[in-house]
Design a protein around this ligand. Structure first.
Ligand SMILES: [Zn+2]
Length: 222
């Protein structure tokens, strides 16, 4: 079977979902990613994620749509089976609060940004890294598309903040593209080795599986 699939095309690393899936929405999202233009000039990094995933020799990945899941997710590949990106193309739930200088404004999931986030995890998995250990990098790449689409950027994965130098400042109408590290108004960031002082604000901890945000409920899959 592997031989048949490998012969299916040059872009063999990205394969159709084995279950019925909304392939039109997947194609639309990939098209939006390919044509997005980050005002801070980092869109080539988005293209590189797509390229590396399409050409990764280490494994195959399917993108499966799921209109019910409340968290997008990558299930890593194993020896015989492809990895699976489980993607809800309608999920727009809140990830954090605080956008464009307004601390009350919610940052919500965006389906295209979420798919990109999971594709970063798939590249990690394909290239032999533990995807769940690189959440902040997935959020950083996700933010490149968010800036291109004029969306609020994420500043954290759960309770873990992005490094200040990787957060580009944007106002509602314009991205200055300087880093939050240079902003005097920014909150002090913890050192690279996160030191928790007291219980986490939300009580949530990142899941073992690499998702687009910490799980809110127990995940039966390990
Ligand atoms: Zn993630």
């Amino acid at each position: 079977m592997a031989i048949l699939l490998a012969a299916a095309g040059a872009q063999a690393a990205l394969v159709p979902c084995r279950q019925p899936a909304d392939t039109g929405k997947v194609a639309d999202a990939l098209d939006r990613l390919r044509h997005s233009v980050d005002p801070c000039g980092e869109s080539p990094q988005v293209l590189a994620v797509i390229e590396r995933l399409e050409h990764c020799a280490g494994a195959r990945y399917e993108i499966c749509t799921d209109g019910i899941t409340r968290r997008n997710l990558l299930e890593p590949h194993d020896a015989d089976e492809p990895g699976t990106i489980i993607w809800n193309p309608t999920l727009r739930s809140e990830l954090e609060r605080g956008c464009d200088g307004d601390p009350a404004r919610p940052v919500v999931r965006d389906p295209v940004a979420s798919l990109l986030h999971e594709m970063v995890h798939a590249v990690d998995d394909c290239e032999g890294r533990d995807a769940s250990a690189h959440e902040l990098e997935a959020v950083r790449i996700e933010n490149i598309y968010r800036r291109a689409a004029g969306l609020c950027q994420r500043t954290a994965y759960g309770d873990t903040p992005l490094a200040a130098e990787t957060v580009k400042l944007c106002s509602p109408v314009h991205c200055e593209c300087s880093s939050a590290a240079g902003a005097s108004a920014g909150q002090p960031m913890p050192p690279a080795t996160t030191q928790r002082q007291g219980p986490a604000a939300t009580g949530e901890t990142p899941a073992d599986l690499a998702g687009d945000g910490p799980r809110a409920h127990g995940d039966p899959r390990h």
